[in-house]
Design a binder for this molecule. Structure first.
Ligand code: HEM
Length: 454
């Protein structure tokens, strides 16, 4: 089977430059779900000018991401839209260059090294919510963005950001994310240099991130300080021929780690607080665990093996609202997936959003049930069914960093504060580069009663 117009799922065939884009643009998640529901495991689409194959079965996802990863590259149209931000950093580079950079960054993510970040994570979380007042209204998402930004800058780059800079980064990020969301929905590409209002905001956002990152780099160069953090590793790195990384490459790596390393974890926490606020009995179970294990003190890495329900909440939140809701690859050679021919240049979508809600892999998939993770479910799932961190060689380098951080931050906040959403408010996921809570997560803060356990 080829990517023929007659197999397009929604409505009659359209002009080839439009294809399924209007349906996709109207409701990305709804459209993908409908495609999978109506047309099954492999669905050929045409998004604007781009032929896309939506692949929606665990073993096929595993094929694309892991088994046949050499045939499927990252340079899909998805990534071309974000080139100005990530450049040739770890998330977007390919081949030998990517492998070299990955090996270079890897030591900063070794288990022992990551364990060493725990204290800073908890310290920052405890201090972040210290000033919160009983009855105060806050946006939990904004809070989590600021907190995880502090964590990544402190642990990986050995610096601190003041509130003004955190605010600036937040605004830059909002502008970038908004523009990217528009780009995914357009049937054509407008180069960054064209001064549309969206591009102007986007370019301003990128410049603002660059300022922060170049300041971090310059500060370290000026101080000449030799540290063991990621920034020093990158600064010290040399090619086989002895040349150092250019400033541009350094910038690409730092911006990539900086962005990939904070928004995703913030989202995991924002969605966790959202889900907990909608399920008071699960919130109580969490508070009981925290009261039992921590007995009123801040969490530490030594507590993590006992904080099993806390960890289960993180996994369940990543299942229902995977920050990376679609993973894109591009076929670099002609091939075949499950009987569908895949011409070179086809973009392949693997959608954790769909796989994580598939009843073939998860009972009652639409329900928030952290308990499902308590009896070894992760070990029983087929490969490719649960992909919050992707799969294959391009698996998230920050996976253990993120899981530890999410559990520690959740424990640190929830041991002291309840974050309650208005009962009649529903927060919708907004798919851009990641899956953001549209309009944030507005909550009222109250203190957890002295002892929740019975
Ligand atoms: C809950 C938090 C996180 C989630 C859900 C997440 C998700 C992902 C996913 C799905 C990928 C693979 C993308 C693809 O295959 O196209 C990825 C890659 C990556 N992530 Fe994460 N991530 C998280 C946290 C982090 C953290 C904390 C860092 C660093 C501090 C990080 C750095 C990276 C980098 C550098 C890559 C590219 C790796 C490569 O291609 O070699 N991520 N992440």
């Amino acid at each position: 089977m080829t990517l023929a117009a007659s197999t397009w799922p929604a409505g009659p065939p359209r002009h080839p430059l439009v294809g399924n884009l209007p349906e996709f643009a109207r409701d990305v998640l709804g459209f993908l779900s409908e495609c999978a529901g109506r047309y099954g495991d492999v669905v050929p689409l045409k998004l604007g000018a781009w032929p896309v194959l939506l692949v929606n079965r665990a073993d096929l996802a595993e094929q694309v991401l892991a088994v046949r990863y050499r045939s499927f590259h990252k340079h899909s149209f998805f990534f071309r839209h974000v080139a100005a931000i990530f450049g040739n950093g770890l998330l977007t580079s390919e081949g030998d260059f990517w492998l070299r950079q990955r090996r270079l960054a890897q030591p900063a993510f070794h288990r022992d090294r990551v364990a060493g970040y725990a204290e800073a994570m908890v310290d920052l979380a405890e201090r972040h919510c210290e000033p919160w007042q009983e009855g105060e209204r806050r946006d939990a998402h904004r809070d989590m963005m600021a907190l995880t930004l502090h964590v990544v800058v402190r642990t990986l780059f050995g610096g601190d950001v003041d509130e003004r800079v955190a605010g600036e980064v937040g605004r830059a990020f909002d502008a970038i994310v908004e523009e990217i969301a528009h780009r995914f929905r357009r049937p054509f590409r407008i180069p960054d240099a064209v001064p549309t209002p969206g591009n102007l905001r986007y370019n301003r956002g990128v410049r603002s991130l660059d300022r922060l990152v170049f300041a971090l780099i310059a500060e370290r160069r000026r101080s000449g300080e030799e540290r063991s953090d990621l920034l020093s590793l990158l600064l010290r790195a040399r090619d086989e021929d002895g040349t150092r990384m250019t400033d541009r490459q350094l910038r690409d790596e730092v911006v990539t780690l900086f962005l990939a390393g904070h928004e995703t974890t913030a989202l995991t926490l924002s969605w966790s607080f959202y889900l907990l606020s909608r399920h008071p009995e699960k919130l109580l179970a969490l508070e009981r665990e925290l009261a039992d294990v921590l007995a009123g003190r801040p969490p530490s890495i030594a507590d993590l093996p006992q904080l099993r329900y806390t960890e289960a909440i993180v996994h369940e939140s990543l299942r229902l609202f995977p920050p990376a809701y679609v993973l894109g690859r591009e076929a670099i050679e002609a091939g075949e997936i499950d009987g569908f021919s895949v011409p070179a240049g086809t973009t392949v979508f693997v959608a954790p959003w769909l796989l994580h809600r598939d009843p073939r892999y998860f009972d009652a998939p639409g329900e928030f049930r952290p308990e499902r993770w308590l009896d070894g479910l992760q070990g029983r799932l087929p490969r490719g069914a649960y992909l919050p961190f992707g799969g294959g060689p391009r698996l998230c380098i920050g996976q253990s960093f993120a899981l530890m951080e999410a559990s520690l931050l959740l424990a640190s906040v929830a041991r002291r504060f309840r974050l309650s959403l208005d009962p009649d408010l529903t927060v919708k996921p907004f798919p851009s580069i990641t899956l953001r809570p549209w309009g944030g997560v507005p909550v009222t803060v109250t203190r957890v009663p002295a002892r929740t356990a019975v």
